[in-house]
Design a protein around this ligand. Sequence first.
Ligand code: A3P
Length: 323
Amino acid sequence: METSAAIGELSNEIQQLLLNLPREKGWDGNPIYQYQRFWTQSNLVSAIISFQRHFQAEDGDIILTSFPKSGTTWLKALAFTVVNRTRFPLQNSPLLTTPPHQLVPFLEVDLYWKNESPNLEDIPKPRILATHLPYASLPNSILNSGCRIVYVARNPLDQFISLWKFLSSVQDQNMNLVSIEEAFEKICSGVQLCGPIWEHVLGYWKASQENPEKVLFLKYEDMQENIISNIKNLANFLGCAFSEVEETQGVVKEISKICSFDNLKNLEVNKNGKSTRFGIGNEAFFRKGSVGDWSNFLTSSMSDRLEKILEEKLCGSGLSFKK
Ligand code: A3P
C-alpha cells in the first residue's frame, strides 16, 4: 500500500488506479508506476489523464515530443524561432529574454498540472506545445487531427548520462538519488521515467515512417552534425519553408546561432530563474551539449551491455544511433 504524502493528495480515482499499477523504485527513491506501458511519477498521472481526456488538438498545432534529455530545449528554441520568424525579427527574438520552456510549455507538466481544462485559447497560433508522452499514449485528437508532431531522439547512452548529471545537479534534501550503477541497472530493464526508451523512440520512429507528413523524426546527433539542413527540414515540414531571399540573407544560419547551445547557455535569462513546474533552475537545461559524453562516465562493459540491448530492441526497425 502506497503511504507517501504525495499519494494522499491525489483523487480517489487516481489512488485506486495507482494501487493496481506495477510499481518500482525510481532514481530519486520515490516509487514510479507503469501506466500504459511507460513509467511515470504518481504526481503526474492525473495531469497525464487530464491531458489525454481533454486536450483538443487543432489542425495548425505543432506538438514537440521527446524522451527527456534528448534535446527538447533545443527543439523548442528552434521550432519557436522558425515558426515565428516573421512575427518577431530575429534580433528581437523572445528567445533572448524568455527561456525555451516558457515559450513552449509542456502539456502534462505545465498546462494540465492540477487543471483538467486549462485555458489554451490565449496561446498564439500556431500553438507550439510539448510532451514527453509515448506516441501510443498521445490523445486521440493529436493522432486524428491535422496537427504535426516533431520528435527529437538521442543516443540512449548520452541521454542516460545527461539525465544522470541533470538530476545530480538539481538534487536537494528531498531527493535520494540512487548510484549511477543502480540507475544503469534500471534502464537496462526498461525501468525509467517515460521508458523503456526503446519503446518511446520506436513508437515515434514507426509513426514517422508510416506517416512522414504527420511525424518528423529528428536525431540530436544529426542536428549537431548539420544544423542548417535540419532547420530547413524542420521549416519544410512545418509548412514554412525558407524563401530563396531568406536563404541568401543568411536567416537559417542566424536561427542556428540564436538557438545554439553556447548562445542559449550564456543568456542571462537562462542563467537565472526557474521555468518548470518542479522549480528546476533554467541553467540545469544547458550542461555540455555534446555528442559522446557517455564515454567519460560509463565503463566499456556498461556501454557494451546497453548497446547490445538497443541492438536487439531496435533490430529490423532501420533505426540506429551515432555515438
Ligand atoms: P547534456 O546534459 O548532454 O549537456 P532536454 O532539453 O531534452 O532536457 O535535453 C538536455 C540536453 O540537451 C543537455 O545535454 C543539454 O546540455 C542539451 N542542450 C540544451 N540546449 C541545447 C542546444 N541549444 N544545443 C545543443 N544541446 C543542447
